[in-house]
Design a protein around this ligand. Sequence first.
Ligand code: AHG
Ligand code: MN
Ligand code: MN
Length: 335
Amino acid sequence: MENTITLKQFLVQSQREGQDQIDTDLIELLDNIMSACKKIADGVKHGALYGVLGSAGSENVQGETQKKLDVMSNEVFIAATQWGGQLAGMASEEEEDVYSIPAQYPRGKYLMYFDPLDGSSNIDVNITVGSIFSITRCPEGVSDPKLADYLIPGTEQVCAGFCLYGPSTMLVMTTGNGVNGFTLDPGTGEFVLTHLNMTIPEDTKEFAINMSNQRFWEAPVQRYVDECLAGKTGPRDKDFNMRWVASMVAEVYRILTRGGIFMYPKDNKDPSKAGKLRLMYEANPMSFIVEQAGGMSSTGRERIMEIQPEAIHQRVPVILGSKNEVERVVSYHKD
Ligand code: AHG
Ligand code: MN
Ligand code: MN
């Protein structure tokens, strides 16, 4: 037991070793995020025993029906982080507008964007869900950030992470110096370093996409998936496997563990939407993590983290994972 390193210890050590991105405020903020994740993990684990399953009977700004756990997780994230004095403001999937820190709390230098519960269609069927967060610096001199102050490209992220509520609860994060994974020890309540320097293999034989949308995809994605399906009999000369959990956190974690490619590409199902996933609290943090683990992330046409955001709930196509496969899909978009 004495050899274990907790997430807090890991961050303090990294700060001492001179990692510029990590300062005391960030460590405190991450400590509060950890508390939020533990509370959500507890809710998820108890499920029906806590009466947290099912619909909340409301809709979020994206017109999606909110689950009770979506609403609760959002409240938990806000309550756990707003008081600490590290945040100038936050933006959540479940909040239409950006969230101002209440006047009774001091304001800090960071902005946080979060998806309190990712994969919520999986809650009631007892399949892995998660939380995703992204942290940037609030623009210089701004203490009461307005919407425009939040529209910062993903390349400016100071930290990104997700917590996976699966068979074990895991927090995976980056501060721009590699990706590390921490497992929640249910006995001590500590996140313990278990996955040092996670890296994504460059090649893969596994792809993840919601095949039911096939008829709506653009030609480059049609071609890529057709070639995967053709396996040994096609131009790829190898058989592929397919997975679709419908929780991005679970798909990204799998890719960090054994490689793979994940796609929620542009489609013409609803021309008003460029993709399904949201740039600021899904695509950007996952792209930062994937790139830091040696993978690649693109819309098919541009690097996701370089997109200049235009709205908090903006949607983007997402193609991420093993470098050589993502490069291939990008090259098909150029053809
Ligand atoms: P959320 O539950 O936060 O709305 O996100 C769900 C997302 C993502 O996690 C997943 O990859 C995708 O939606 C699944 O979409 P389909 O149900 O269309 O497959
Ligand atoms: Mn989500
Ligand atoms: Mn969500």
